[in-house]
Ligand binder design. Structure first.
Ligand code: NAI
Length: 271
């Protein structure tokens, strides 16, 4: 059911790779809720072609941008305001990648060039997006910027390796730029800390299935799905959350506040 929560709003949505992607669901819902959007992803991801299908459904244009390139991001924001016919009301940063995870490197044996790549793609890109938006004065007053994070920023999940540091940096950038953008333009900046979700990025993490099941059993409401996450993003983009800023918002079915559950006890008790 749509509520027209984003009627008349213009947004940029990054990170829709395939139907499983959290950003894919956000794009569909943003469109349903009346927003005009531009989609973006790394040029490499475009070649897989699936994003065209989404663009057609959402009546959206696609602007390729490598999130590590300031030049690409400048082009993304200037073209987006041109295509959408005005300043931007909301931005979704839904970008994450660790070459160390992809290549199966253990935490004690990280490749440091790749580590920097992880940080650049998954965290600094968020700063770059906001710095470009500020310099181009591309954001509308009372706009909303959201990035997706994970609880490994606060707690240890061994297989998440250098992405844990990337998420900690990402959340810190949200707080610091959130302060700045609030003062400048009343723009709010938050991260949503999402449950493990079956996507390309998610299932790239070692032992993901066990990880997913464990979180599901440790969350009284069960894991939040990509669709649930999209609903939360829409609420954060809507005018109903104007004074929420500089927060890391837990969207995890209760996982982060739970010590143990009956489901876990049952799982590990001797039969
Ligand atoms: P996904 O694999 O569908 O999305 C990740 C996206 O990042 C892809 O579209 C990919 O093309 C894009 N990307 C990678 N390198 C890029 C670059 N250099 N420039 C521009 N885009 C680039 O997976 P998912 O799960 O939808 O990931 C979205 C966000 O949600 C990520 O930040 C991820 O860390 C976060 N997240 C995911 C969780 C999960 O379990 N799947 C849990 C919590 C957070």
């Amino acid at each position: 059911m749509a509520y027209n929560l984003l009627k008349g709003k213009r947004g940029i949505i990054s990170g829709a790779l395939n139907e499983e992607s959290i950003a894919w669901k956000v794009a569909l819902k943003a469109h349903e809720e009346g927003a005009e959007i531009v989609l973006t992803n790394a040029p490499l991801a475009m070649r897989m072609g699936e994003i065209n299908k989404l663009a057609e459904t959402c009546n959206a244009q696609i602007i390729p941008a490598d999130a590590t390139s300031v030049e690409d991001i400048e082009n993304l924001f200037s073209k987006s305001t041109e295509i959408l016919g005005g300043k931007i009301d909301f931005v979704l940063h839904s970008i994450g990648m660790s070459p160390n995870i992809r290549k199966g490197k253990e935490y004690g044996d990280l490749n440091y060039e790749w580590f920097q790549k992880t940080l650049d793609i998954s965290a600094l890109s968020f700063h770059k997006m906001m710095a470009v938006a500020e310099k181009q004065d591309a954001m509308n007053e009372w706009g909303s910027i959201v990035a997706l994070s994970y609880i490994a920023a606060q707690r240890v999940f061994p297989d998440y390796t250098d992405m844990s540091q990337a998420k900690a940096v990402l959340e810190s950038i949200a707080r610091n730029y959130g302060y700045r953008f609030a003062k400048l333009k009343n723009v709010r900046v938050n991260t949503i800390s999402q449950s493990p979700t079956m996507t390309t990025a998610g299932s790239g993490v070692g032992g993901f299935d066990a990880f997913f099941e464990y979180a599901n059993k440790m969350s009284p409401l069960g894991n939040a799905s990509a669709e649930d996450c999209a609903n939360y993003c829409i609420m954060m983009f809507s005018d109903l959350t104007r004074k929420v800023t500089m927060q890391n918002l837990m969207h995890d079915g209760g996982f982060s506040s739970t010590g143990i559950t009956e489901d876990i006890v049952e799982m590990i008790s001797p039969k």
